[in-house]
Design a protein around this ligand. Structure first.
Ligand code: ZN
Length: 203
């Protein structure tokens, strides 16, 4: 049976602004949390998205799911994939993740969020990170990630700390996803930032 899809909460709901609580190993292995993981996977796939954090389905706990399926990359030009340093990531679960920046060089790309659908903005993210977490079996894992995967991990661990990408975005690049697709698809981010005078300070 396909697990039931959960409603995704939108920006404005205070749960997205709370710091989540860690899960104990026994809780992770419980039937409830195992079922929750299945439902979060289905919700993420249907959305569709490449990550989903528990606060986005209304639960203030430190749990997120991540998956960047190979078919997500099918429509991308090889140059774009290379530029974004994007590779498929098999489905996995992050519980109680702690993120450490390994390479702080800021990489700028447009990103969006299922809790603020229909919009995107440029967000600078660290090039490489290390995440220590527990997996779905409550076993400790260490993940070394770079490029797009590192971006996903930063976005999802932010959610567990009550942080949404709009807190980190270059505000002048905030736009509707439709407009982005029509006007700027495939364009280098630096060109878009220049056209929108993204680094202009407010008077
Ligand atoms: Zn998000």
């Amino acid at each position: 049976m396909t697990p039931r899809v959960l409603p995704i909460v939108a920006l404005g709901n205070p749960v997205l602004r709370q710091v989540g609580r860690d899960l104990a190993p026994a809780e992770i292995l419980s039937k409830d949390v195992q079922q929750l993981i299945e439902r979060m996977r289905e919700t993420m796939r249907r959305a569709p998205g490449v990550g989903l954090a528990a606060p986005q389905i209304g639960l203030s706990v430190n749990l997120a799911v991540v998956e960047d399926r190979p078919e997500n990359l099918d429509d991308m030009e090889p140059e774009e994939r290379a530029k974004k340093d994007r590779e498929a990531v098999p489905f996995h679960v992050l519980v109680n993740p702690r993120l450490e920046v390994v390479d702080a060089v800021p990489i700028r790309f447009f990103e969006g969020c299922l809790s603020l659908s229909g919009f995107v903005a440029v967000v600078a993210r660290a090039r490489a990170v290390r995440v220590q977490a527990l997996d779905h079996r409550a076993s400790p894992v260490t993940i070394d990630a770079h490029g797009w995967y590192a971006r996903i991990l930063q976005h999802e661990t932010d959610h567990l700390n009550g942080i949404v990408y709009v807190d980190r975005m270059e505000t002048r690049t905030f736009m509707s996803a439709d407009d982005h697709a029509v006007q700027w698809a495939g364009m280098p981010v630096e060109i878009v930032r220049g056209a929108l005078d993204a680094s202009r300070p407010l008077p």
